[in-house]
Design a protein around this ligand. Structure first.
Ligand SMILES: C[S@@+](CC[C@H](N)C(=O)[O-])C[C@H]1O[C@@H](n2cnc3c(N)ncnc32)[C@H](O)[C@@H]1O
Length: 190
């Protein structure tokens, strides 16, 4: 299905795909309803591995159901923990990490990713990446704490050494001020 440039999630998925190897290891840092985990599970193939984090059991149950329907559950480890603990569960080098920040659509809006833990998690993800690996983030600024979280991620992104990381941002130029923003970081040296 052609999802187009209007979907920030689609843009991140497309930009990560080039760094994901068949048989590789990747992380979904925010499983939610499982759409990104499903996408990554398809890309890594039967010998690949996806680690998928969420703090909500409800999210991981929805993700498991989606994976089972697709026949991909065997290549995914679901972890009920904050992504700030990623290095306790995953050893590198890994190909890609996706962060679809904010809250679970249709669920409790107070259970939301937050600036402090997101920054810890992104730093951990950068440690785990292989050369040529990428981190993709979809960041929402319209909810309480969203602006602060965006500023924290942007601060981190602009401070990265340009000889070690390629960093890009995508903004929708003809949408509302609170349209989601995409940031992708690639570890140089593949
Ligand atoms: C926008 S949703 C993710 C959408 C998902 N990728 C999908 O395809 O449906 C954000 C998710 O982040 C989770 N979350 C919030 N804080 C977290 C944390 N510290 N670590 C991991 N997940 C967290 C929420 O529970 C929520 O399910």
């Amino acid at each position: 299905m052609h999802k187009g440039l209007g979907s920030a999630v689609n843009l991140v998925q497309l930009l990560l795909a080039e760094s994901v190897r068949y048989g590789g290891t990747v992380v979904d840092a925010t499983a939610g309803n499982g759409a990104d985990t499903l996408y990554l599970a398809r890309l890594v193939g039967p010998k690949g591995k996806v680690y998928s984090f969420d703090i909500q059991e409800k999210a991981l149950l929805a993700t498991r159901e989606l994976l089972e329907k697709a026949g991909f559950a065997g290549r995914v480890t679901l972890i009920q923990a904050g992504h700030e603990e990623i290095e306790s569960f995953v050893t590198g080098p890994i190909d890609a990490v996706i962060f679809n920040l904010g809250y679970l659509p249709g669920s409790d809006h107070s259970i939301v990713t937050r600036a402090g833990t997101t920054v810890v998690a992104v730093n951990s993800a950068l440690n785990l990446l292989r050369p040529g690996g990428r981190i993709g983030l979809v960041i929402y600024t319209g909810h309480p704490g969203g602006g602060e979280e965006y500023a924290a991620v942007e601060n981190l992104a602009v401070s990265l050494d340009r000889t070690r990381f390629n960093v890009i941002r995508i903004n929708f130029l003809n949408r509302a001020a609170h349209a989601p923003v995409v940031i992708v970081v690639e570890k140089a040296g593949a």
